[in-house]
Design a protein around this ligand. Sequence first.
Ligand code: PGA
Length: 262
Amino acid sequence: MKKLHGKPIIAGNWKMHKTNSEALELVQEIRNAAGELKETELVVIPPFPALSEVKKILQNSPVEVGAQNMYWEEEGAYTGEVSPPMLKDAGCTYVVIGHSERREYFGETNQTVNKKIKAALDHSLTPIVCIGETKKEREEEKTNQKIKTQLSEGFTNMTQEEIQQVIIAYEPIWAIGTGLTATPDQAQEVHHFIREQSKEAYGKEIGDYAIILYGGSVKPKNAYPLVKEPDINGALIGGASLKCESFIQIAKESIKAYKDKK
Ligand code: PGA
């Protein structure tokens, strides 16, 4: 697995969008545009049926492929599930774990998230673990408490070596797909809290180098101020990753922001 420092990670979660032919069209455009974007790590996260074909288009390109979910077992009678070796074989290097939509609609918990993180690491897939609070929790000033629980339960029984391979995505649920974005200050405050929690649990070095992405209505116009914040290391993008132009524009803004970082 790669260790990434010094460049932002820009990951596009396509969710349940794009048929295979639409996926191939989009990824071809991204591939063509990615040549000038060496100062970022670009990741596309298509639906399962498109993974292998997307990977073929991306051969010999710096753009990485991730999956939106997986099960923790290697194989077996688990109808409808996809295993880590299947994702590896399809060419994935990343996998999103515990997205709030999976938690809300598909019953995922911090405990299943923990099993999936471990399974991903056992198969050299980099997990992008999503955490974040609801609108109600924010209004009741329970954001930090929620984050703390998601981190401690989701990362339970993990070694320092394992923790270092995990990417965290802070995605306030009230900002996902709503057009409402956390302000750079709001996002930075939580990112800083996550980093401090990580230092407390695993030591200063691991905390300092933790990769923490922001997600929730990231668009070309708000990417720069968000990624410029000291504790924000890139973005997990939903809606704006479905078009090459906005995805690439966010990557460009993030590269600028990294250079101008506070
Ligand atoms: P959004 O989705 O950019 O459409 O808000 C973000 C996400 O769910 O990862």
